[in-house]
Design a protein around this ligand. Structure first.
Ligand SMILES: [Zn+2]
Ligand SMILES: [Zn+2]
Length: 255
């Protein structure tokens, strides 16, 4: 860092003291080495550690189950999901749940961006050999979006795309309104979202990463993947900030 830049940063820090987006602890007195790490400009070390202290997960479905040598669970060996790989930042512990719920609020955009950047870092390290062309968020139905004013999957996807150096494009559309997935029992969720999405022709021949905030049963991401493949996408990878277990009551509209 050049001295002048350092001075400007120090002045900005005094005017707008940096703090952890999740616990609001001041980051002003973290060592410079820590603050040179991008992740530690958003979250304090304790929150970052809790958020990313994840179990070993199945590379196809995200289940924290016994895995085969190539990192896939028994269920996926029998019947794999339609996507190539799933990358999940966190389990649905208290901190991740709080972060995801806050990212859904209009004022939660900085949290959504920070989560998206971490997800991008993780995708890069988990899929080093994959050259992605596009990042596509799971779309909200326009009616719900009009009520909420913001789509947290869209915000997260923007930051994930930025971190990966890949374009983000909204090439998935909801073509019918669906019930909130978290209001339905797991066995009814696939039918609720099957055929609910359509992909635009821009996905043809592209390697696509779909981004959502929470994954529970995977029904929404499966329906999105099928729409992308039907529109000619070459490969589809999926990612989410948090994976809720099927038994977890999902406060956010995870699916
Ligand atoms: Zn914190
Ligand atoms: Zn699996």
């Amino acid at each position: 860092m050049r001295p002048l830049t350092g001075l400007a940063t120090a002045a900005a820090d005094l005017l707008f003291p940096p703090e952890c987006l999740l616990c609001q602890r001041s980051l002003l007195f973290e060592p410079n080495t820590a603050r040179a790490t991008p992740a530690l400009r958003d979250f304090c070390p304790a929150c970052l550690a809790e958020l990313t202290a994840d179990l070993l997960r199945c590379a196809r479905c995200g289940a924290s189950a016994a895995l085969s040598d190539d990192g896939v669970c028994e269920g996926c060996l029998r019947a794999a999901p339609p996507w190539q790989r799933l990358v999940v930042l966190a389990g649905y512990g208290d901190l991740a749940r709080d972060a995801v719920v806050r990212a859904k609020r209009p004022a939660g955009e900085p949290i959504g961006m920070a989560l998206g950047r971490r997800l991008g870092d993780l995708v890069r390290s988990r899929l080093p050999a994959v050259r992605l062309d596009l990042v596509v968020p799971v779309p909200m139905h326009w009616r719900r979006r009009a009520l909420r004013g913001t789509s947290s999957a869209g915000v997260i996807a923007s930051a994930t795309a930025g971190s990966l150096g890949v374009r983000k494009r909204g090439l998935l559309r909801r073509i019918r309104a669906t019930s909130m997935q978290n209001t339905l029992p797991p066995e009814q969720r696939p039918a609720n979202v099957t055929g609910a999405f359509q992909a635009l022709s821009g996905v043809r021949g592209q390697r696509v990463l779909v981004v959502d905030d929470v994954i529970t049963t995977g029904a929404t991401l499966a329906a999105c993947t099928q729409a992308l493949l039907a529109a000619g996408a070459q490969d589809v990878y999926v990612s989410a900030v948090a994976k809720a277990e099927r038994t977890t009551l999902v406060a956010a509209d995870g699916s």
